[in-house]
Design a protein around this ligand. Structure first.
Ligand SMILES: *Cc1c(COP(=O)(O)O)cnc(C)c1O
Length: 313
């Protein structure tokens, strides 16, 4: 894997109009499959598994999960067993995300929504631990303490690459934002863009990951850019993200990074950023999600950089 993910300047008429410099940290280019924040979060989990004699990792996700996709590939790459508890029906096992995961050797267990809701309850986790004692359990999205260390490396890398004022990331479970906050140590403004509707829950989640006595106050989660909820978006939202992709020549998807883009454009228009600021966007990857959106007929083939279909080995 590459040492530093590239930092690229972006040009857009709006940035010039508002005298802003905007760059993007291309974590989507870390690896063709285990890209973005999911690799950052897995890295030290994998070390932990190897150093502590576990045989592999058990984790949780939806049937289009970027985390499950990345974990399955990492399992193959590091010769570790992987087992995923998937929310939903077995009928989804043929979709791109899960078919890839299975091909890379991941074991899948499908559970109903009620069971899936127990994914962070002690009693349920204890049961899974007893049943799979040789596997290390990693929460949904890969967001645990070990993930923070990996995500923190984004900040260490940026310190070597540029000076900047604001760093923006999409927020799903909060693990990525927490890792950035933890390593940044109050030096930059850190903005999280919530991609789902549960605002207060997210702030709590980040605080829990940081440990409750932390002194970090340079961060904020903005809750007005979820476009109606997780994986929801209008055709107008899609058009805006596509247009931005075309102007900047950077691929995005509408579930995570696309919402960060919508937030950026809207914040700039309303004068949120001071003149001459350098804003860095964290590209968290997740482009495999485009295939699922195409399979479901939710996006058209045109105008998106959809990863190629599974090839026969
Ligand atoms: C999972 C994911 C996120 C959200 O990260 P969290 O650490 O869960 O907040 C953002 N972007 C992409 C592409 C993701 O796959």
């Amino acid at each position: 894997m590459q040492k530093l993910s590239p930092l690229q300047p972006l040009s857009h008429p709006l940035f010039d109009q508002h005298n802003l410099k905007v760059s993007i940290k291309r974590d989507d280019l870390i690896h063709p499959v285990i890209s973005g924040n999911k690799w950052r979060k897995l890295k030290y989990n994998i070390n932990h598994v190897i150093n502590n004699g576990y045989k592999g990792i058990l984790s949780f996700g939806g049937s289009y999960s970027n985390h499950i996709h990345a974990l399955a590939f990492a399992g193959k790459k590091y010769a570790l067993r992987t087992h995923a508890i998937i929310r939903g029906e077995q009928t989804h096992q043929g979709n791109y995300t899960l078919a890839s995961a299975k091909r890379w050797g991941m074991e899948l267990s499908f559970v109903d929504r009620k069971t899936y809701q127990k994914r962070s309850e002690n009693e349920y986790l204890q049961l899974l631990k007893e049943r799979h004692s040789e596997l290390f359990i990693v929460p949904e999205g890969g967001s645990n303490q070990l993930a923070l260390t990996g995500v923190g490396e984004v900040i260490t890398e940026l310190d070597q690459q540029c000076s900047y004022d604001t760093l923006i990331t999409p927020v799903g479970s909060g693990g990525t934002l927490a890792g950035l906050i933890n390593q940044d140590d109050n030096r930059h403004q850190l903005l999280g863009i919530a991609v789902l509707k549960q605002q207060n829950y997210l702030v709590e989640e980040v605080n829990t990951l940081l440990g409750n006595n932390h002194d970090k106050d340079n961060w904020q989660i903005l809750n007005e850019f979820h476009c109606g909820g997780y994986a929801k978006f209008s055709s107008q939202d899609l058009a805006l993200v596509q247009e931005f992709s075309q102007l900047t020549k950077v691929p995005f998807e509408p579930i995570y990074s696309g919402k960060m883009i919508l937030a950026l454009l809207s914040l700039i228009k309303r004068g949120y950023f001071k003149k001459n600021q350098h804003i860095v966007l964290l590209h968290t990857g997740g482009l495999q999600g485009l295939v699922g959106l195409k399979e479901q007929g939710r996006i058209s083939e045109q105008g998106w950089q959809i990863p190629p279909a599974l090839e026969d080995e």
